[in-house]
Design a protein around this ligand. Structure first.
Ligand code: AMP
Ligand code: MN
Ligand code: MN
Ligand code: MN
Length: 286
């Protein structure tokens, strides 16, 4: 069985490792097929692809698109995309614009809370071009507000907190259309993280499949609740969606999220990799 990890982040979004270092770490951790899925950008793909060729693992070009469905933010992973497709690139450019505007507004709000140089501070924690809430959280940790990024989210960045700015991303169906235009497979990321009732989840899956969605993440954390995984697998089966597996790795200092450290899919579901083509050889060319 090949070891897959189909959800990860680099410094092109809110990951802490460069694409090259991410690929090297994945290889060390035994991953044989890695998808780089940065938030709303494919900027890291070519570097990751080059590193994967040298390291002898398969790099699946991917992206994690911020989408809006019924006023909620959902993350749609695109796997096996053509990262040069103009429809996808234009779409991602529009999201970059929204991110830049939102970052400005988040910075203004946090400055009202007494923090200074917030936007520049957040930008220092990434490429500066693709600012996420994680970058603000890292800056506030540096400022001594909390010891952990997750505490900053809890007190400043979540909905209802002083640094929260509601964003309207791309409509779900359009996000799926961009991925399909770029010959990729659209996958609902971490379905249990949206606080949806089973009824709402089914409504989402109806809309998602109607839009041309292909898969759903079933396994996304090593210590994950087995009930969550079973529920996800059941939704995959019910809606004839392929099943994906990905760590959502961002940060090597977070011990409970590691590349490739994921459980196995139950035999009742179709793995998304069976629908992706082509496969690269595992060993580097001699
Ligand atoms: P954004 O897309 O800019 O709103 O940022 C979303 C990112 O913030 C997610 O991809 C996670 O990496 C991170 N994030 C969201 N909630 C939390 C949390 N409670 N603790 C730590 N990181 C979080
Ligand atoms: Mn993230
Ligand atoms: Mn996500
Ligand atoms: Mn992610």
């Amino acid at each position: 069985m090949r070891i897959y990890d189909l959800h990860s982040h680099s410094t092109a979004s809110d990951g802490l490792l460069s694409p090259t270092d991410l690929v090297a770490r994945a290889r060390t951790k035994g991953v044989e097929s890695l998808a780089l899925t940065d938030h709303d950008t494919v900027e890291g793909i070519s570097e990751a692809q080059a590193a994967a060729t040298t390291q002898g693992l398969e790099l699946i070009p991917g992206v994690e698109i911020s989408a809006t469905w019924r006023e909620r933010t959902l993350h749609i992973v695109g796997l096996g995309i053509d990262a040069t497709h103009p429809v996808l690139l234009e779409g991602l450019a529009s999201l970059q614009q929204k991110r830049a505007e939102r970052a400005q507004r988040i910075a203004e709000r946090l400055e009202k809370e007494g923090f200074t140089h917030v936007l520049a501070g957040a930008q220092r924690f990434g490429s500066g071009r693709n600012v996420t809430r994680t970058h603000f959280a890292r800056y506030l940790v540096e400022q001594g507000v909390a010891s952990q990024v997750s505490d900053v989210f809890k007190h400043y960045l979540r909905r209802g907190k002083p640094g929260y700015v509601n964003a309207s991303w791309v409509p779900l169906a359009e996000a799926v259309a961009w991925i399909n235009a770029a010959s990729g497979k659209a996958v609902i990321a971490h379905p249990s993280r949206y606080d949806l009732t089973a009824t709402k989840m089914r409504e989402l899956l109806v809309d998602f499949t109607a839009a041309g969605g292909a898969g759903i993440e079933v396994i996304y954390c090593s210590g994950c609740n087995p009930i969550v995984q079973r529920t996800n697998a059941a939704f995959a089966k019910e809606f004839s969606l392929a099943a994906s597996v990905g760590s959502d790795f961002h940060d090597p200092s977070v011990p409970w999220v590691e590349l490739g450290r994921l459980g196995r899919l139950p035999p009742s579901v179709t793995p998304i990799w069976d629908t992706l083509t082509p496969r690269a050889p595992l060993s580097p060319p001699s």
